[in-house]
Ligand binder design. Structure first.
Ligand SMILES: *[C@@H]1O[C@H](CO)[C@@H](O)[C@H](O)[C@H]1NC(C)=O
Ligand SMILES: *[C@@H]1O[C@H](CO)[C@@H](O)[C@H](O)[C@H]1NC(C)=O
Ligand SMILES: *[C@@H]1O[C@H](CO)[C@@H](O)[C@H](O)[C@H]1NC(C)=O
Ligand SMILES: *[C@@H]1O[C@H](CO)[C@@H](O)[C@H](O)[C@H]1NC(C)=O
Ligand SMILES: *[C@@H]1O[C@H](CO)[C@@H](O)[C@H](O)[C@H]1NC(C)=O
Ligand SMILES: *[C@@H]1O[C@H](CO)[C@@H](O)[C@H](O)[C@H]1NC(C)=O
Length: 784
């Protein structure tokens, strides 16, 4: 309990006051500890798979269980927050520490765990600008744009008036839909749900019990209803399944038609995140939304939500997402989650359970070049989203100081600007950080001193758009920054003219994995490749709520894995429409094995970071999502519930924990199975000694009579043999198992090297990413 409170507090503080003194943090922890004895907190009592089919019986059993501890049915009703009765069984209730302990001892209780909070994944790049995402034409049409498919979005709700949620031309609501549209503050179910937004609910009890005070709903800061006060949920929902809206741009940049990935899919909105500290979502509410969504009949669930490192385990309900998605996937629902925005450091990827489809973020083949013309008539190009008027030739200064302070001269973080020398001029500064806050503060310092623009020399990272769009805030790399500096030093009266940004789209701009996108390896199970795939997540134009962020007609450009995730959710909706019989694992396999490892244009994909390097599977999984390729993958690595149980045994969770999660009596083999054998569309070996052999099974989903041959691109110093190396499918043989023997020729420990294993019939290329690290001297702890 006390531990829980301290974790809880720490999470808040980390986000909201990262600069606060240790003393303040300590004070809060101590305060929290002192409160722990008397305070009730929301606990999730998790009972695993439900024991009755009748939800009313399940709910009654929860009330009886709670009443047996708290003394009466009346008190139990007051303390009950949620009963989870559709997808799985359990409840959330306000309990003291000792009540929680007593419930934990009751028969049938898997675990009693404190509620925990999650955050939205775009806090870092909320105000970005960008370009509409054109999804590929063929699958869009062959899948009838996702008609008949229902995408559930767990997020901050929606702004229902957005044109992106118009239902013109939509037929009746699909008959399998069993969900509801709930009215609430400024949300009238009759007016605000339609044939596009077919369901909308909100789940706040877990959050409120944790937050300990009512949400401030004055000034439209929050709504106790599905209405989105934040904008994040409107953006992600409209990216996944928004209708067509013509003529949308950001002040003329990136003009085009905006639409979701599956414009004819239906949306079911589950508001679980609340507009406090940038967006907070409680695991009790998330689990309740999963519970309802599984019952409502959604096909895809899209979650741009994460927690923080260290991650909860796959079977820990404090995660909410791992547990909820386990049950959803078992019922055939694909769950798509963001990898999070903690890159470019390694091992920062979140939502790592193998049943989840985990999405990284990449840039598109697009740039916003901004001409910088110097007084010597040379024009250099920077990057900005500057939509104002050109500055005309103005003075150009580098705030240079002499003497001991030389090292901090011209640092964007420490601009000492003298109004008389800056007024009416453009300032050049250098920064070693990539953080958005630095750009914003440098830009506002210069603006406050009467400057007319700022040129910031920096590494790529948090980009552009951090500054106001009418004030030119142009990014350049160190090389161009240095050339400008030399120009300043070469002349007595340096001048510069900054022109508005242009939109440039084309092959010459390489796609990159975004700086902020969280990277593998997976910190829970390094042998399970994460992220799985990448999708555009930088400068994405989509609908938003008009509150607090008045953008052109309610559209905003945002960046984050939050924006990448609904791109994949939309593509999954198209695949579900085209292949209703494919399992979530088959869909994931189709996406991973067909992803573009060399961008859509065939050019290499880089990963932003220090240094920028070619992207590898820990940056982007299989590569950039290739929607048309995924419609016809040839072969799939399918996985069912038994494979997930096999995985749980391989990771080393115990029989009772696995049995209660799955609702079946599971006894793992006495010799722990190898995690390398989980039938994934990727192979990741974190600790290769001299040699290991693993198995995979492929299922033919293409022409019945096909012959596939293997093509290996081995990682450096690794020898791979595949047996058999030819697979012959016919109308009788749909699935074939093969063995892969991986041997290292290294005599020392190495880092990861990457390669691929591809099955090809001359038409299809079924490519699995290979990642292998040799460990002659054991340093990776493997308790197999
Ligand atoms: C919701 O809208 C409908 C149709 O406009 C109206 O008849 C109804 O009174 C509204 N309900 C509420 C609670 O405002
Ligand atoms: C709620 O927000 C309003 C501004 O919209 C503010 O004036 C008020 O003080 C806030 N109330 C509380 C209790 O924080
Ligand atoms: C888009 O806007 C332009 C100018 O405002 C107008 O000429 C054009 O017809 C519009 N196109 C559509 C499809 O609405
Ligand atoms: C720059 O170009 C302008 C017009 O093209 C010309 O008048 C001016 O002399 C040029 N300046 C230099 C330094 O070359
Ligand atoms: C099984 O694992 C859970 C959580 O990992 C733990 O709480 C429990 O004590 C374990 N049970 C046994 C029988 O080892
Ligand atoms: C690894 O190499 C050693 C020495 O050559 C050999 O004894 C051992 O059997 C090998 N292990 C495997 C798994 O191949």
């Amino acid at each position: 309990m006390s531990l829980f409170l301290s974790i809880q507090r720490r999470k808040h503080l980390r986000d909201s006051m990262s600069n606060s003194t240790p003393f303040f943090v300590l004070f809060c922890l101590l305060f929290a500890l002192a409160q722990a004895e008397t305070r009730t907190n929301v606990h999730i009592v998790y009972l695993g798979e439900r024991q009755h089919n009748d939800p009313e019986l399940v709910r009654d059993s929860h009330h009886d269980m709670l009443a047996s501890i708290v003394g009466s049915k009346e008190v139990a009703s007051e303390l009950m927050v949620y009963s989870y009765k559709h997808g799985f069984s359990g409840f959330a209730a306000k309990l003291t520490e000792s009540q929680a302990q007593r419930i934990a001892e009751l028969p049938g209780v898997l675990r009693v765990i404190p509620n925990s909070l999650h955050q939205l994944q775009t806090t870092r790049s909320w105000d970005y600008l960008g370009l509409s995402f054109q999804s590929p034409k063929n699958i869009l049409h062959s899948s009838n744009m996702g008609d008949g498919v229902i995408i559930g979005v767990l997020d901050t709700g929606i702004w229902p008036e957005s044109k992106s949620f118009n239902d013109e031309g939509f037929g009746p609501i699909p008959s399998q839909w069993k969900g509801v549209c709930e009215s609430g503050q400024q949300f009238n179910s009759t007016m605000h749900c339609n044939r596009k937004v077919i369901g909308a609910r909100w789940f706040v009890n877990g959050f409120l019990a944790e937050y300990g005070q009512p949400l401030n709903t004055s000034g439209n800061q929050e709504f106790l209803s599905p209405r989105d006060a934040n904008g994040h949920g409107t953006h992600t929902s409209s990216t996944a399944g928004g209708s067509f809206v013509g003529n949308v741009s950001y002040k003329g940049l990136a003009l085009g038609t905006v639409r979701g990935g599956a414009p004819h899919a239906r949306l079911a909105i589950y508001k679980v995140c609340w507009n406090v500290l940038g967006g907070q979502c409680s695991s009790a509410d998330i689990l309740k939304a999963f519970d309802e969504a599984i019952n409502d009949g959604v096909h895809v669930l899209s979650l741009s939500i994460g927690s923080s490192i260290p991650l909860f385990s796959d079977i820990d309900e404090r995660d909410g997402i791992a547990t909820g998605s386990f049950h959803a996937v078992a019922k055939g629902i694909t769950v798509v989650c963001g990898a999070s925005n903690d890159g470019p450091q390694a091992q920062t990827v979140q939502n790592t359970a193998p049943w989840i489809l985990t999405v990284a973020a990449s840039t598109m083949d697009r740039a916003f070049p901004t001409p910088i013309t110097l007084g010597n008539n040379k024009t250099l190009l920077g990057q900005a989203l500057f939509t104002g008027k050109e500055t005309g030739f103005s003075g150009l200064v580098y705030p240079e100081v002499s003497g001991l302070a030389l090292n901090s001269a011209g640092q964007c973080e420490a601009l000492s600007l003298d109004q008389t020398s800056v007024a009416g001029k453009v300032v050049l500064c250098f920064t070693s950080t990539v953080r958005r806050a630095t750009l914003i503060s440098a830009s506002s310092d210069v603006q406050a001193a009467g400057g007319v623009g700022v040129i910031i020399a920096k590494n790529p990272g948090d980009n552009l758009a951090a500054c106001s769009n009418d004030f030119p805030c142009v990014e350049v790399d160190y090389e161009i920054g240095t050339r400008i500096l030399y120009y300043i030093r070469s002349t007595r009266l340096p001048v510069v003219n900054l022109s508005p940004s242009k939109t440039f789209v084309g092959e010459a701009v390489l796609a990159k994995v975004a700086y902020f996108s969280s990277r593998g390896p997976n910190s829970i199970a390094p042998a399970i490749l994460k992220p799985d795939i990448t999708a555009p997540g930088v400068n994405i134009l989509a609908a938003t709520g008009p509150l607090n962020r008045v953008m052109d007609g309610g559209y905003a450009m945002l960046s984050g894995t939050s924006m990448a995730t609904p791109h994949v959710s939309g593509v999954v909706a198209l695949l579900k429409a085209l292949h209703p019989d494919w399992s979530p694992a088959a869909i994931k396999s189709a996406l991973v094995t067909t992803a573009w490892r060399n961008g859509p244009s065939g050019l290499p994909i880089f990963a932003e970071g220090f240094p920028k390097k070619l992207a590898d599977p820990f940056d982007f999984g299989g590569g950039i999502v290739n929607p048309n390729g995924a419609t016809d993958p040839g072969l799939v690595y399918d996985v069912g519930a038994t494979d997930h149980i096999y995985y749980l045994c391989a990771v080393g969770y115990n029989n009772s924990a696995i049995s209660q999660l799955t609702g079946q009596s599971i006894v793992c083999p006495s010799e722990r199975p190898s995690i390398l054998d989980v039938n994934l569309p990727s192979i990741t070996i974190p600790n290769l000694r001299n040699s290991t052999t693993l198995t995979r099974t492929v299922t033919n989903v293409g022409a019945p009579e096909s012959i596939y041959r293997v093509v290996i691109q081995p990682p450096i110093g690794v020898v791979i043999t595949v047996n058999p190396d030819v697979l012959v499918f016919n109308s009788m043989t749909k699935s074939i198992t093969f063995k892969v023997t991986v041997s290292s020729t290294h005599h020392v420990n190495t880092g990861y090297y990457f390669g691929s294993l591809t099955w090809t019939d001359g038409v299809h290329e079924v490519r699995s990413p290979l990642s292998v690290r040799t460990e002659i001297i054991q340093s990776y702890v493997d308790d197999n």
